[in-house]
Each structure stands twice: as structure tokens, then as C-alpha cells.
Design a binder for this molecule. Structure first.
Ligand code: BEZ
Length: 186
């Protein structure tokens, strides 16, 4: 696990691809659209503490290694102590992983690559649920909820945040339209 918390006074780049895109409950110096290569966003992680419960976990995103892919999100420039806060917020199977972050260019400049950190829940962690058909994942999300709210709201917030960034993620849009249809039908 990458461990930048020791260097509290140094600025680090943090890459967010899930709830960090729309919910940054920590101070940051800069927020920039960004992407990382070789990873894909998937609703394959169980949530026992936010969008589900230990008896009935929700499904939230993690990153899955996939050559040739690009995952778009948001990069934050933060102080090292922000990781202590996030380690607690995301304690349900996520680990800090060092990644190269491609920051979108600013004021006509090209993209810039910086070293950074993201949180990944790897296969085999205690809450990992893994792949399933879109129909099964959508049905799971439609019925789950936990202390942070409904699993469906988490999915809809993510879909809206990606839309606002002009990011197309077919896994997310397909699930959002399936869950919306399930809600309409119920
Ligand atoms: C994120 O939004 O990048 C994130 C997702 C899951 C756990 C921690 C962070």
C-alpha cells in the first residue's frame, strides 16, 4: 500500500473515480478533470458501511485492471493528512495504490502526467462481489441501501457527475437506465 500520510506538509495528487467525483469532504488545493490508464470502473465491490449493511451489502465501484483502457474522473491536489480521513471513510476493502494521473490540460496546455494515489478494492478483499450480468447488478443496486443512503442514489449521482464531465462510461449508463426502469416499474 502506498503511504503518503507521513508527509503531511507535502502536496499529493489523489484520483477519484466514484463518490470522490461529487463528494469531496476534505480540503484540497486544486481539482482537475483527469484520467488513469489501464483501469476500468466496475460496480464489483460490496458496501457494508455506506450503501448497504453487513447483512445486505450494496454494490459500489472499484477499479479493475484492463490493458488499453482509460478511466476518467477527478484529480485533487491534497495534503497528506487527507489520506487518514479517506482511509477511515473507505475502510471497507479499499487500499491506496500508486498511479500515474493524466491531468486535463488547462488554458490551451496539453495534458500533464503526475504521480498520484487512488483507492482500489482488489479482487479477493473481504467485501469483493465481482462480476455479474448487468441485469443482476441493477436489481441488486435497486434494492440496497445503507447509512449513507440508497445504492440507487449513489449510482445516479455517479452517472450525473460523469455526464457533467462529458465522460461516457457504458457500464454506468447501462446500470443507471436499468435501475431507473426498475424504479419506474415498482
Ligand atoms: C473514488 O471515488 O475514487 C473512490 C471510490 C471508492 C473508494 C474510495 C474512493
Amino acid at each position: 500500500m502506498f503511504s503518503p500520510a507521513a508527509s503531511r506538509n507535502v502536496k499529493h495528487w489523489l484520483f477519484g473515480y466514484g463518490s470522490l467525483i461529487w463528494r469531496a469532504d476534505f480540503p484540497y488545493h486544486e481539482r482537475r478533470p483527469a484520467a488513469i490508464r489501464g483501469w476500468t470502473r466496475r460496480f464489483w465491490q460490496g458496501s457494508h458501511d455506506h450503501r448497504g449493511t453487513p447483512g445486505s451489502p450494496g454494490r459500489v465501484v472499484t477499479l479493475v485492471s484492463q490493458t488499453g483502457t482509460l478511466c476518467a474522473g477527478i484529480a485533487y491536489q491534497v495534503a497528506g493528512d487527507v489520506f487518514e480521513h479517506l482511509d477511515h471513510r473507505e475502510k471497507n476493502g479499499y487500499e491506496r495504490v500508486a498511479v500515474d494521473i493524466h491531468l486535463d490540460g488547462e488554458r490551451g496546455a496539453g495534458p500533464r502526467r503526475v504521480p498520484g494515489v487512488t483507492y482500489i478494492a482488489p479482487p479477493g478483499n473481504e467485501a469483493f462481489l465481482g462480476p455479474a450480468d448487468a441485469e443482476q447488478i441493477a436489481a441488486h443496486i435497486a434494492r440496497a441501501s445503507g447509512p449513507s443512503g440508497s445504492n440507487a442514489d449513489y449510482l445516479f449521482e455517479l452517472a450525473a457527475a460523469l455526464d457533467a464531465l462529458n465522460v461516457e462510461d457504458r457500464h454506468v449508463t447501462e446500470l443507471a437506465s436499468r435501475v431507473a426502469a426498475l424504479e419506474k416499474a415498482s
